[in-house]
Design a binder for this molecule. Sequence first.
Ligand code: HEM
Ligand SMILES: [Cu+2]
Length: 606
Amino acid sequence: MPMADVIPPIPEDALARPKGFMRRYVFSTDHRVIGIQYWLLALVSVFIGMALSALMRLQLGWPGVRFSFLKVLLPNAAPGGNISPDLYLSLVTMHGTIMIFFVLTTAPQGGFGNLFLPAQIGARRMAFPVLNMLSFWLTLAALLVLLSAFFVSAPNVIGPIAGWTMYPPLSALGEISGPGQGTGVVLWLLSILIFCIASLLGSINFITTVLKMRAPGMTPLRLPLTCWSWFTAAGVALLSFPVLLAAAILLLSDHLAGTHIFIPAGEYVSGQLMTADAGGSPILWQHLFWFFGHPEVYLAILPGMGLTSHLLATFARKPVFGYRAMVAATAAIGLLGFLIWGHHMFASGMSPYAATAFSLLTLVIGVPSAVKTFNWLGTIWRGQLRFTTPMLFSLGFVSLFVSGGLTGLFLGQAALDIPLHDTYFVVAHFHLIMGVAAVFALFAGTYYWFPRMFGRMMSERLGRIHFVLTFVGVYAAFMPMYLMGVSGAPRRYAFHYNPATGEGLQYLAGMVPLTRFVSFAAFVTIAAQFVFVFNLLWSWWRGPQAPANPWEATTLEWAGAATAEGEAARSPVVHRGPYEFSVPGAPRDFVMQDEPPFSKRRQGEQ
Ligand code: HEM
Ligand SMILES: [Cu+2]
């Protein structure tokens, strides 16, 4: 069936850009504007998240030290200029929540997906433009509700202290279980609730767009791997966010409606026996949360995986090695991601039989991940590598994916996870594989697509400096945490050992120099991000004009003019797969997807 039949005809005036500033740039239904809005939201969020992590690293490296700038910065939460254990926990919670939801769930999918999915499949717009606008504004509302917790939580904290996993019973009991656990938790839950709705609307839009809006000739196996991964990630979101949404409503009801869904009987909290609270199950929250939470980590990383395949092929001037295997691995990761949530709960006292099943299934998901890694290496093997900044960040992604991913095999085994659980081993693992690797993909995407987003090139020289500092910085910051973890350093502790007072865990006294080294490395990494921001702003304002297809890429977002009018004027017909590089007999070393077959073209030229 020719795809043209299923594309609803678009009235001409619907494609014309609205005139007013508000309709054009603020409440816009144009997927490119919405994509940039998402991207900016994530950019602001990542800096907030990073600032919080700088405060945590300051405290971990120099526990209890008083800093006068903190008195100014956080007059209510840090009146003495030092970071109290409660404040530390609220920093951890806000950092984790902002990074996971508002950076890694938002930028790769809502940002780049909106910007380039329609263009890559040859569509002129997303399937539901108004819904798209609504998704963005709900996401922004969710962020604002979360950030309001900075200001209205109890004194001495800047938000809830229950961690991004919001485990009950402590998160369900209100202020009695700690500062920030009342209003702070309620705001957190409201924010997540709104975020879930926004993500659901977004995923419906993505799925429909891929299914219904592809240009003629854009068969499933001609889709760029980026599109496969946006599509799969949207499917994962559609099936996982409703579970978190339901769980958040139930926990909210424990707070506001007096239910005890997650509150068990006979709890003794802050010197008080909570006899009235009976019958609930905190483990139920863990199941619901991780049924969402594990797929969520794939949601964050899948677009990065797709982009990595895409960029490695583009900058190695070779087709993706094993395209079909990559599609199958993407789908397998999406599906298997729903079967392994229990590996986050080995320490909850689950049946050893269940633990064995979850361990085995976790090993199984290692297979498609290994297929991907193998195929990335196959793609660059003997390629004519062009070490541009986006390529460097893609290579960095592969490296981080391996350094972080291999230890997933350890953590997936109950026997090893039980001692390693809640140590810095886990912090190292998830920062490398999902935190930093996914952020590397965001950098790669920004450097790569910037010319299409703003019509200008970013500075390659600054890009390389940014890459080297960040790459060295993150390895120096996160690799030592594996060592700390096996030495028994627990996570979510405001400090491990205080050399000034001799307080804390004596067995970690020897780790003090390494802890400070990690903090230094984190500061270098954070400082390096200002090189990126400078490059971004400078290039936006003064960068050299971008040629139409600066990277000599093959996919449709590089065909034609980058403007709304340019896109509206196009109706591409797709003739070939997405990665036709170095095709024997072709006039150039790349063939764009809408170039007609050579034989026909030659006839046409005659
Ligand atoms: C400059 C880079 C970063 C630094 C220095 C950093 C540092 C930290 C620190 C010190 C903790 C607290 C560890 C603990 O006490 O348990 C933490 C927790 C966390 N970080 Fe990061 N982080 C960075 C980037 C990221 C990114 C990009 C993500 C995105 C996934 C992320 C996600 C998290 C999560 C989910 C937690 C756990 C929060 C919790 O335990 O509830 N971080 N980070
Ligand atoms: Cu998991």
